[in-house]
Design a protein around this ligand. Structure first.
Ligand code: KIV
Ligand code: ZN
Length: 518
């Protein structure tokens, strides 16, 4: 039977990064892109080149690393955005520019302050200009879900004539019911025919993003825009893992439709994203939630023991979750076993990264009896995604004084020199952050502070995520710290945010002439 491929367009690095608290640094984005390629996504939307020098840099570096998936940058329908998008994806083997303009009456009137003929003119100009940089141009009618059908047809005809190969019809505010999305796609498909691929991009404001995407597929959409763990603006986007598993598990319905996704890479990808962003999927989230394969009640456990299919329609193995093999290496394990285990988890490390990860593993193995897959993933990810280290923590001492006041003394290395300083604060974490501020001369404003436990046990690794504003005119920076000791992990997280901020500053200076922030 001839199979029809549903293209998976992953926007975790662009729309997903718009989730509050999900900003990632360049190294982290590269690791995610490499994993998305391993997962088999067709198109990686690596960012929005004109948004910031950091985005531009990440897209350019991803373009050099990824060869099987298409690398794409978002661009508003304005020349400057398109030029930067074109330059950012220039080195990718397969490249795409995704340009968009809003088409709904409310957006055109209040946001764009343009009439429909002006919107069409801008869209056509944008698509033609994008075509000067790449062969593969996608055009999105932002807020298509609330746009007039006649106008959607008119603008689609115009941009297809101008060279767009994919027409994306986003439900930007997640307003439509699945059957309404289905009707819109059927009508557009009948109108467009084979002239372009029809894509959908559904937001989850009413919890319908996946259902609407599936309805779109049934009515002729052949590209789905989605994110890992359903990350994204506000309530998020359609979740990649749910859509892909629906197509796989319900072959009886979707027999002729398939994706290029290797579903056994779903779980490792989900873990990578949550360990980098510090955002865990809700425990009862379909496919990748902590409880997705947990059977709690006696009746269910009894059924499972007799025949797994009584209560299980997906096996952990289908998504690459090895439930019998989570207890891993111990303190006597050698480098070869360590490397083999990492390869099994999907990491390809060069010698330098392997050595430093192995060192961190040994230190951890001395303190922690059982080391789990999640511990290893966290260590390696943390090691691989470290930004340039201007400041490095050498040692830390904290003391709780009376009345909640605490003091901290920190020794930090910068440019090979050791700096020791101390401060007091409202509690230990505050005292530590104030000491780092004293050493660096910055006055960071903490916007968010989160601790998650990486695996199980009282000696579990703590993953601390902080969000800090170092300059009121610039966006908040995310930092991560990993340690058995939550206090130490907090210090590392704050210093990692500071290091990312400083490396971003360096990038700003380097790119001053070519890239401005929007
Ligand atoms: O939600 C949306 O409409 C978008 C577009 C830029 C595709 O993210
Ligand atoms: Zn979106």
């Amino acid at each position: 039977m001839k199979q029809d491929i549903i293209k998976i367009f992953d926007t975790t690095l662009r729309d997903g990064e718009q989730s509050p608290g999900a900003s990632m640094n360049t190294e982290e984005k590269i690791q995610i892109a490499v994993q998305l390629e391993r997962l088999g996504v067709d198109i990686i939307e690596a960012g929005f080149a004109a948004a910031s020098p950091g985005d531009f840099d990440a897209i350019s570096k991803i373009s050099e690393r990824v060869s099987k998936s298409t690398v794409c940058s978002l661009a508003r329908a304005v020349d400057r955005d398109i030029k930067l998008a074109g330059e950012a994806v220039q080195r990718a083997k397969l490249r795409r520019i995704h340009t968009f303009i809003a088409t709904s009456p409310i957006h055109m009137r209040y946001k764009l302050k343009m009439d429909s003929s002006e919107v069409i003119r801008r869209a056509v100009d944008a698509v033609k200009y994008a075509g000067e940089f790449v062969d593969d141009v996608e055009f999105s009618c932002e807020d298509a879900g609330r746009s007039d059908m006649g106008f959607l047809k008119e603008i689609s005809d115009a941009v297809i004539d101008a060279g767009a190969k994919t027409i994306n019809l986003p439900d930007t505010v997640g307003f439509r019911m699945p059957h309404e999305i289905g009707n819109m796609i059927r009508e557009m498909r009948e109108h467009i025919g084979e002239r372009a691929v029809i894509s959908v991009h559904n937001h989850n404001d009413l919890g319908l993003a996946v259902a609407s995407s599936v309805e779109a597929i049934l009515n002729g959409a052949r590209q789905i825009e989605c994110t890992i763990n359903g990350l994204g603006e506000r309530a998020g986007n359609a979740s990649l893992e749910e859509i892909v598993m629906i197509l796989k598990i319900r072959r009886d319905i979707f027999s002729k439709l398939t994706t290029n996704i290797n579903t056994r890479e779903i779980y490792p990808t989900s873990r990578l994203i949550s360990s980098i962003t510090g955002i865990e999927p809700q425990p009862n989230k379909a496919i990748v939630g902590k409880n997705a394969f947990a059977h709690e009640s006696g009746i269910h456990q009894d059924g499972m023991l007799k025949n797994r299919e009584t209560y299980e329609i997906i096996t952990p193995d289908d998504i690459g979750l090895d439930i019998n093999d989570t207890l891993v290496l111990g303190k006597h394990s050698g480098r070869a076993a360590f490397r083999t285990k990492l390869e099994k988890l999907g990491f390809e490390l060069d010698d330098e990264a392997l050595n430093s990860s192995f060192e961190r593993f040994k230190i951890l193995a001395d303190k922690k009896k059982n080391i789990y897959d999640d511990d290893l993933r966290a260590i390696v990810t943390n090691e691989m995604t470290k930004s340039t280290q201007v400041y490095e923590l050498i040692s830390l001492q904290v003391m709780n004084c009376s009345g909640g006041v605490a003091s901290s003394t920190i020794s930090i290395q910068k440019d090979g020199k050791e700096i020791i300083d101390a401060s007091i604060g409202e509690g230990t974490v505050d005292a530590i952050f104030k000491t780092v501020d004293r050493v660096s001369g910055f006055n960071g404003r903490l916007m968010d502070y989160r601790v998650t436990s990486v695996s199980q046990g009282k000696d579990a690794l703590a993953n601390v995520t902080v969000k800090v504003v170092f300059n009121d005119n610039e966006p908040a920076i995310i930092g991560h710290g990993l340690n058995i000791d939550t206090v130490l992990a907090s210090a590392k997280a704050y210093i990692s945010a500071l290091n990312s901020y400083l490396s971003m500053q360096g990038m700003l200076r380097k790119n001053d002439s070519s890239v401005e922030t929007v």
